[in-house]
Design a protein around this ligand. Structure first.
Ligand code: FES
Length: 159
């Protein structure tokens, strides 16, 4: 990531340590992850210990220290989803995308994550792609979801 851009984001917040989360969120949004050099710069400019910045970056699920795909697929493996076939849904996504949970596709289009409860237990097995909910997902629906988000418009709203 261009560190000039990181500096510009930090400048918007006046290099205020109280805004560290907002700054990290903007960096994550623009870059799809938090590069190490960006975290170092945030630490320096906000006069925060490096360990504190890394603690924030690793505590919140929204952040990633690894490059993420354009679309983040989160498979819930909480209790309700586990009971209703969540592991099968995860395996089906893994086969469809050719990656394991925690990885991204080579084309940078998808990341796959196994998650604890996403708060939609009545819709188990539940999957979230970016901010879109996918309720009571079946293995057949997995293929449809992958096609939907691989569409040329890339917004996941269908071709
Ligand atoms: S257990 Fe999956 S949404 Fe709660």
């Amino acid at each position: 990531m261009n560190l000039d851009r990181v500096n510009a984001i930090i400048d918007v917040y006046g290099a205020d340590p109280a805004c560290s989360l907002a700054i990290l969120q903007e960096i994550q949004q623009e870059n799809n992850y938090l590069p190490k050099d960006a975290l170092e710069l945030v630490s320096q400019r906000l006069s925060l210990p490096r360990g504190h910045v890394y603690a924030l970056a690793t505590f919140y699920r929204t952040f990633s220290l690894k490059p993420m795909g354009k679309h983040r697929i989160k498979i819930c493996l909480g209790t309700a989803c586990h009971v209703h076939g969540g592991p099968t849904i995860l395996e089906t996504f893994e086969r469809a995308l050719g990656i394991k949970a925690g990885e991204s596709t080579a084309d940078g289009n998808f990341s796959l994550e196994a998650c604890s409860c996403l708060g939609a237990c009545a819709q188990a097995p539940f999957v979230q792609v970016d901010n879109d909910p996918h309720n009571q997902v079946t293995p057949v629906r997995v293929t449809e979801v992958v096609k939907q988000y691989a569409a040329p418009d890339g917004n996941g709203k269908g071709a």
